[in-house]
Design a protein around this ligand. Structure first.
Ligand code: PDD
Length: 287
């Protein structure tokens, strides 16, 4: 069934939605995005995603779309129009189309940003089999650019990383720079050692995950110890547990890293508990 999507102020059937071939997200990857999950027809962590979008736009000197203040209403309308119970809303803002290809940014007074949103229906998102079995990851070199804190649409290397993982019979890849794990291809990475949760500190090297912020807050509220520092693949392989977080996975346990099984190869208690807390608390505050 055709979705209703949003493009620059209009709600349209997906087959009628159009963006210029000169759009800078298409030609230059000059765009930013957000993915917000939907559970029970409600938006999870919406305020965090909106705040990060605003920051991404500011860091790239990109104008806010005119409809910025209506984004909550647009998200909600798309959920309603497409009857989404569980799934995601994808949002993308680009610097727009100047009607030609040019490295120089167009004048924001003349060229308006492009705003696109669409829904992805994922029944069973909260009850994913991967949450029960855990996932297997490989490590690969992190050769992405230096501003990974900005959520840009430059996703070729993360996409290649997923393909490398798939080829190796695994689910995802953890990226390694200067000997330390930065993050997963589309998620933040954690290990657990002796009841301590360890995850890389925030910097320009990783995306400041909205799920990460919530999970660490819930962990601290539950009196769990959290240490924000970099760790190596060897340390991760020797850890009691590992897991990832993102808006599309919430919390997924990691049970194997580069062919080395963690513990007994089953999801660990800390990851399982954090997933339960995250889902409970997020549902309570969903809007
Ligand atoms: N990815 N790190 C990277 C590189 C990501 O792409 C993502 C999210 C995260 C987790 O951020 P959050 O908790 O705010 O979702 C970390 C989204 C889900 C995606 O690209 O589909």
């Amino acid at each position: 069934m055709s979705r209703t999507v949003y493009v620059n102020g209009e709600y349209l059937p997906e087959e009628d939605a159009k963006v210029s071939i000169f759009d800078r997200s298409f030609l230059m990857a000059d765009g930013v995005y957000e993915v917000t999950s939907v559970l029970g027809g409600k938006l999870i962590d919406f305020d965090g995603h909106l705040a990060r979008l605003e920051r991404s736009l500011a860091e790239l000197d990109m104008a806010k779309p005119e409809a910025f203040d209506d984004l909550l209403a647009i998200h909600r309308k798309l959920v309603e129009l497409n009857g989404i119970d569980e799934g995601m809303i994808y949002l993308q803002v680009s610097r727009g189309s100047a009607g030609d290809r040019d490295f120089v940014f167009p004048d924001p007074e003349v060229v308006k940003p492009t705003l696109v949103l669409f829904t992805q229906s994922k029944p069973g998102l909260a009850d994913s089999p991967a949450a029960k079995t855990g996932i297997k990851v490989i490590s690969i070199d992190d050769i992405r650019w230096g501003r990974r804190d900005i959520k840009t649409v430059q996703l070729l290397y993360p996409s290649m990383g997923k393909m490398m993982a798939k080829k190796a019979g695994c689910d995802d890849a953890w990226l390694v720079e200067d000997g330390f794990v930065t993050e997963g291809t589309s998620n933040n990475a954690y290990i657990v050692k002796g009841n301590k949760i360890i995850t890389r500190h925030l910097s320009n090297d990783i995306l400041h995950g909205i799920t990460r912020a919530a999970v660490l807050r819930f962990a601290r509220e539950a009196q769990m110890e959290v240490e924000e520092r970099a760790f190596t693949i060897e340390e991760a392989q020797a850890a009691d547990e590992a897991f990832i977080t993102s808006a599309s996975t919430f919390v997924f346990p990691v049970v194997e890293i580069d062919g080395v099984q963690l513990g007994n190869g089953a999801p660990g208690p800390v990851a399982t508990r954090l997933r339960d807390i995250y889902l409970d608390e997020s549902l309570k505050s969903a809007i």
